[in-house]
Design a protein around this ligand. Structure first.
Ligand code: GLA
Length: 726
């Protein structure tokens, strides 16, 4: 049993962790403990600091209890908790504040799902629902806790139910409030920009609130809805670390601060900025879920648990575990300048070296030859494709390749048939000129008729030909928010309703075409989050395809997301983004630790280059299971180049018998000290060989001493080391 209830003490146990709460004498649900697994005992003494009294914070009459000192599972603004809080609402009579107290609880078999929102799933899991009720009004808070013991994964979501006879307004409805009464913590977060996603930054959590957030209507490139809160001395393989991942793709906030009594609180959920939700009588509001993983063995273990949970219990569909095709995408090869003959010639050359699928990227629809037109017009430009889509697909299939296609379902160009017919379908604020971004606008996905219109068009295209893959792009984020279909007093619901609309459309399209592999994209990795992964099992990690910049991008991404979800392609040099020249092997090796594909004009490659790519495809396929389903370890960080000349990472089979390590060096120096690379995840007592060497190494030696890295005297060399049992 993962969930134990003893009187009013609630304990959630995973393989290696324990989370405990209790209801105190006032009926308040308090957090007692989250961390390393313990035998059952009452840990409620840990939920508040001994000896503290009000210290300028209000207390509940006749008691010494102050909301401001307590570790409340649902922390509320307005009644004396002056810290970060997770809930703020206004009742029908204009009064604020809320006092949720214990009402009931139940345990459900299996992990809960959330209406209209993505969530981890699993019949093997368990769910605890603790229902709280406001003391004064008939407002209920169903606190959902999901437990997937195998991955040390604990999820939380809140369902707010308005049983009053009037509307209430939610001003803030976060998914998580988590308190630590002791300890000093760092926050690791992943900031970035277009072409520079998920750059690791580590900061101390202090009395100054540390916040990562998005108001883009998408999780965005600037911050990722995932952080690690860890001991200040935690490393890859040492110390306590708490992962906090939002299963949501819209506006979010994750915030942490140390309070006046040196306790740390972390809150996470939908960003309250731009959010106000009116809840009708008998209606419910579901928060997105937050997925927590605790590791007492540093970040490596934490990442592995997220990777397994995401691969097995978040991603869905046929391609969750199946081998995905090696694809070639024509974007960097041709941009908008292509026709059917060009694509078929690429398919022909690609087939000869083992590529399995050709993706026709942006520019096949309406009259789109640049980024000014036609979004929203999802009908084939038969002039450009020199005939029907099905004819083109047949020609590509005849070359031996499957066919994939690009869509940007959420956007609209002013120069489009759709805009002419329905100018009100896009977001724009009345009396203001809406701001274009990449010359385009966002469709009002809160509206069913808009979603229907896009669905019908997509369905027609997807049914018209033998399509095996879809890239679902989103190349601008939300601004100028106003919906003609939503009353003025409910405009604060748009950002969230937008996400619900997008999720609904995604569910519809992916369910209608279960045999199609979907890849998510938003100007590269501008919406790389657990929410999107529920619908689409891989994401184009970044528009930056330079192997060296990719080291940081993929390394940062790996803290939460498995390599199997990271779209990674080999492109040409000089790189189109930064003009860097890197060896083709290095580009291949980096793309192996992702989905591996090509983003280049294969017809322009030399025979030697084609042979090298052919070798890579064969090698990638050889190591496919190891890379895609093994445990992933970060060995040397690209964020600390002063510590090593290399960036290195490694995958290890679940039984520890086989591993593949990859190194990339940044520069070539005249004199260099040789470096040892320490591996991880091996069996300490078994003997291994590296790349079939004569020499054998004990697993513990490889992990504690390491092995000598080869040195290559040219720029950006990369090596793969295949470690097998001797
Ligand atoms: C985005 C994507 C690219 C490509 C272009 C097409 O930038 O990230 O891969 O699909 O759009 O316009």
């Amino acid at each position: 049993m993962a969930i134990l209830v003893n009187e009013k003490i609630f304990t959630l146990n995973t393989k290696n962790t324990t989370y405990q709460m209790h209801v105190n004498e006032l009926g308040i649900l308090l957090h007692s403990y989250y961390g390393a697994k313990m035998e059952y005992s009452d840990l409620s003494y840990a939920s508040s600091k001994k000896g503290w009294n009000a210290s300028f914070s209000p207390n509940i009459r006749e008691t010494s209890y102050s909301h401001c000192h307590a570790s409340e599972e649902l922390s509320v603004f307005g009644l004396g908790d002056f810290r970060l809080t997770s809930l703020a609402l206004v009742n029908h009579d204009g009064t604020t504040g809320c006092e949720p107290v214990y009402h009931s609880h139940k345990i459900l078999k299996g992990k809960y799902a959330i209406k209209g929102l993505p969530a981890f799933y699993g019949d093997e899991g368990e769910t605890l629902v603790i229902t709280l009720k406001d003391k004064a009004y008939d407002i209920y808070f169903h606190m959902y806790y999901g437990v997937l013991p195998e991955y040390d994964l604990i999820t939380r979501a809140v369902v707010i139910e308005n049983k009053t006879e009037s509307q209430i307004k939610l001003k803030k409805a976060l998914s998580l409030s988590l308190d630590f009464t002791s300890g000093q913590f760092d926050m690791i977060h992943f900031h970035g920009a277009h072409m520079r996603e998920r750059q690791l930054e580590r900061t101390r959590i202090t009395h100054l609130a540390s916040t990562v957030a998005s108001v883009r209507g998408a999780s965005g490139h600037m911050q990722n809805p995932f952080v690690i809160v860890c001991d200040k001395n935690a490393t890859e393989n040492y110390g306590s670390a708490y992962g906090i991942a939002l299963v949501y793709s819209g506006n979010f906030v994750i915030s942490a601060e140390v309070d006046q009594h040196e306790s740390t609180r972390v809150v996470a959920g939908i960003n309250p900025e731009g959010f106000e939700y009116t809840l009708d009588p008998n209606d419910t509001f579901e928060t997105p879920e937050v997925a927590l993983v605790y590791s007492g063995e540093g970040f490596g273990k934490l990442s592995n648990n997220y990777h397994d949970a995401i691969r097995n219990n978040l991603c869905r569909g046929k391609f969750k575990n199946a081998r995905r095709p090696v694809l070639i995408n024509n974007w960097e090869a041709t941009y908008f300048d292509f026709n059917a003959d060009k694509l078929v010639s690429m398919a022909k050359d690609a087939a000869a070296i083992g590529v399995e699928l050709l993706v026709m990227d942006d520019g096949w629809f309406g009259h789109r030859d640049d980024d000014h037109t036609s979004l929203g017009d999802w009908f084939v430009n038969e002039k450009k494709l020199q005939g029907t889509l099905s004819n083109l697909v047949k020609r590509v299939n005849d070359e031996g390749l499957k066919f994939g296609i690009w869509f940007e379902p959420e956007c609209i160009s002013e120069d489009s048939e759709l805009f002419k017919a329905h100018p009100d379908y896009r977001f724009a604020i009345p009396n203001r000129d809406p701001s274009p971004s990449r010359n385009q606008f966002v469709l009002d996905m809160t509206r069913k008729e808009v979603r229907d219109c896009i669905f019908d068009q997509m369905e027609k295209v997807l049914k018209s030909a033998n399509i095996a893959y879809v890239k679902w792009d989103f190349n601008r984020h939300l601004s100028d928010i106003y919906s003609a279909a939503i009353p003025s007093e409910r405009q604060g619901e748009i950002y969230h309703r937008y996400m619900l609309g997008v999720y609904e459309l995604l569910e519809r399209v992916t369910a209608a075409f279960p045999d199609i592999l979907f890849e998510s994209c938003s100007g590269g990795g501008g919406r790389f989050d657990c929410g999107m992964l529920y619908y689409m099992p891989q994401v184009w990690t970044s528009d930056n395809s330079d192997a060296i910049d990719r080291l940081k991008i993929q390394y940062g991404t790996s803290f939460a997301y498995p390599v199997r979800t990271m779209g990674a392609h080999v492109s040409v040099c000089p790189n189109h983004g930064n003009a860097r020249v890197t060896p083709l092997t290095t580009r291949g090796n980096v793309a192996y630790f992702g989905t591996y594909g090509l983003e280049l004009d294969i017809t322009k490659m030399t025979d030697e280059e084609k042979q090298e790519i052919k070798r890579q495809i064969a090698e990638f396929k050889k190591y496919y299971d190891l890379i895609q389903f093994g445990d992933y370890y970060r060995l040397i960080s690209p964020f600390t180049p002063e510590e090593s000349r290399y960036c290195a990472w490694q995958v290890v089979s679940k039984d520890g018998n086989e591993a593949l390590a990859c190194t990339v060096a940044y520069e070539s120096k005249c004199t260099v000290a040789p470096e040892l690379l320490k591996l991880r995840g091996l069996n300490p007592n078994k003997l291994y060989r590296i790349n079939g060497s004569e020499q054998t190494y004990l697993g513990s030696a490889l992990m504690n001493i390491g092995f000598w890295l080869d040195y290559d005297h040219f720029s950006y060399p990369s090596r793969l080391y295949h470690i097998t049992l001797a």
